[in-house]
Design a protein around this ligand. Structure first.
Ligand code: NAD
Ligand code: UGA
Length: 547
């Protein structure tokens, strides 16, 4: 029989660890979930009303599980209460005290970062396991025998075996089971993906105790995921399946981007081609949006990891095949940056270029592997007067940190981050759209719609209490009293944290009014209504779009 799970420790309070822990806690009130992180500032913010990451619905779930919001009576169709009012006991905790949490845990989820190695053997392809290994060592030191160790991080194939060997070295002869349980959430829709996953993979050793451990983890997910979506497989297949999923998604993007280049030369329209191909149910419409390419912390590194695996297995053709997905991505980004320069008569000297969007996609403030960095790097070589950046979801300090490696004494004071699109575009010669944030999308001629994507939320409000509905239950909680979290925020005591984010559509007419002639708009994401923009006096260029 699977052992009941009472305490879960999640190592790493990042984009995966935090939301995953919150959703597990929400659906398993009997389990105490403790999230550990070395980064004190991050933990402080997880314990504050201003979470370190912004995902639609996340704050609501954290309020319920961490703060124990009161559970209002559930009503039946006639409006009669079916359950009595009850306080929900908090079962989600964030801490830096790894020793205490690990010692209590029946199950440890490892959700630490696993970047690409930048040095030594396999540099640029292999995974840098330093952080992961350090976390495993702590687990080996402090956990009780029999604790189930779960890889939530994306790791190279064979890592379960590696963890077993590390545990054997520190705790010989003690029973530990290692599971692979890769995460498939996307940033910007993390809560939805976690609440309604397409599938949950659990990879284990094919031994009775391995299967028992897998069943224990399956029972945690079964609290809200239909059993038919929980697949129990072997650890190698599970580890490889994660890399393959990301590689195949990225491959579709590189494929359609390669076609966008053909469209630019021929006058064919890449959106029409994607639509036509995507209508074939064997192909499907998703991940066929041509643009600047894929950014973010995972696609590039996971393809690199797959490439390295193939190389290590003596399969250079396979390695070459997958490495082309990353190469095409780099090429497309450079192609776009050079298009901007060429269109502006190869002379950016003294000109102001506004960059709209910095995060790798909409609805996230994650600036890691931002596509904007490479575009800006190429543009800066042409000595523009100013690069002016605006992203509705990113913090200025995060943007400047990402740019730091490409800046020097001659360029640093020419790059500025602005609090809105209008200031960024004021007196600009060109506006370059780098991500698909909803505010940039609206066509200028149509009536402004409020963004439906409440993806980035800070549910702070001036109400005394706020009601939220999760899975048919209604919870009430006290909203934060500091709606704008500033340098002196009494709640999280953090410097320069985020205020309330506005996803209001930008008024392109107002932007056009403030820009210099000729008003160039370079659409790296296919979000603009080109004819309408042209009516406002913009000259628009895109990637493979002609209608
Ligand atoms: P992240 O950088 O946001 O979070 C990792 C956290 O781990 C950091 O806060 C770091 O301080 C903490 N940490 C590192 N070592 C620690 C230790 N020994 N003890 C305690 N805390 C420690 O990373 P992320 O984006 O959440 O990604 C984590 C893993 O999940 C990666 O392997 C990634 O490939 C994978 N993944 C990420 C996503 C995503 O959307 N970001 C989706 C699926 C899978
Ligand atoms: C991706 C996967 O979608 C997740 O399933 C996976 O769990 C995650 O990586 C991970 O392992 O980290 P994410 O990177 O958050 O999620 O975001 P995506 O929506 O996949 O977008 C990635 C990049 O591709 C973005 O830059 C996006 O703009 C770009 N993209 C996406 C396109 O250029 N075209 C498309 O059609 C779709």
């Amino acid at each position: 029989f699977a052992k009941p799970v009472r305490h879960i420790a999640v190592v790493g309070a990042g984009y995966v660890g935090g939301p995953t822990a919150a959703v597990i806690a929400l659906h398993n009130p009997q389990i105490r979930v403790e999230v550990l992180d070395k980064d004190q500032r991050r933990v402080r913010r997880w314990n504050s009303p201003h979470l370190p990451i912004h995902e639609s619905g996340l704050l609501d779930i954290v309020r319920v599980t961490r703060d124990g919001a009161s559970l209002s009576p559930r009503e039946n169709a006639n409006g009669q209460a079916q359950v009595t009012l009850a306080e929900r006991v908090p079962n989600l905790f964030f801490t830096t005290d790894s020793q205490t949490s690990l010692a209590k845990a029946d199950m440890v989820l490892l959700a630490v970062n696993t970047p690409t190695k930048t040095f030594g053997i396999g540099a640029g392809r292999a995974t840098n396991m330093t952080t992961f290994d350090a976390a495993v060592k702590e687990v080996a030191l402090y956990t009780r025998p029999g604790t189930v160790i779960v890889e939530k991080s994306t790791v190279p194939c064979g890592t379960a075996q590696r963890v077993r060997q590390m545990l054997d070295a520190v705790r010989p002869e003690q029973p530990f089971e290692i599971l692979s349980n890769p995460e498939f959430l996307s940033e910007g829709s993390a809560v939805r993906n976690l609440l309604q996953p397409d599938r949950v993979l659990i990879g284990s050793a094919k031994t009775p105790s391995g299967r028992r451990a897998a069943d224990s983890l399956a029972s945690v997910y079964a609290a809200w995921v239909p059993r038919s979506r929980i697949l129990e497989i072997d650890a190698w297949s599970s580890e490889l399946a994660k890399l393959v999923s990301n590689a195949m998604l990225a491959q579709r993007i590189s494929s359609i981007n390669s076609i966008s280049a053909i469209c630019d030369r021929t006058g064919a329209d890449v959106d029409e081609i994607a639509k036509s191909a995507g209508l074939d149910p064997r192909i499907g419409p998703q991940f066929l949006k041509a643009g600047l390419g894929f950014g973010g912390s995972c696609f590039r590194k996971d393809i690199a990891s797959l490439t390295y695996l193939a190389e290590s297995l003596g399969l250079p053709e396979v390695a070459h095949y997958w490495s082309q997905v990353n190469s095409m991505n780099d090429w497309q980004r450079d192609r776009f940056a050079h298009k901007v320069i060429q269109r502006m008569e190869e002379n950016l000297v003294g000109k102001k270029i506004a960059i709209l969007g910095f995060a790798f996609k909409k609805n996230t403030g994650d600036t890691r592997e931002s596509l904007a960095v490479d575009v800006i790097r190429v543009l800066l070589q042409e000595r523009p007067g100013e690069i002016a950046i605006f992203d509705p979801c990113c913090l200025s300090e995060d943007i400047m940190r990402e740019l730091e490696p490409i800046l020097d004494t001659t360029t640093r004071d020419r790059v500025h981050v602005y609090p809105d699109a209008y200031q960024a575009c004021e007196q600009a010669n060109a506006v370059v759209i780098v991500n698909d944030s909803d505010p940039f999308k609206r066509s200028p001629g149509k009536k402004s719609r409020k963004s439906s994507g409440s993806a980035v939320i800070d549910t702070s409000s001036e109400q005394e209490t706020k009601d939220i509905h999760i899975d048919g239950s209604r919870f009430s909680y006290q909203p934060c009293q500091s709606p704008i979290c500033a340098e002196d925020c009494p709640d999280c005591q953090s410097t320069k944290t985020r205020g309330t984010i506005s996803l209001e559509p930008v008024e392109w007419a107002r932007i056009a009014y403030g820009m210099k002639e000729p008003k160039w708009a370079f659409d790296g994401r296919g979000v603009l209504d080109v004819p309408e923009m042209e009516k406002l006096g913009f000259r628009v260029d895109t990637l493979g779009r002609h209608t």
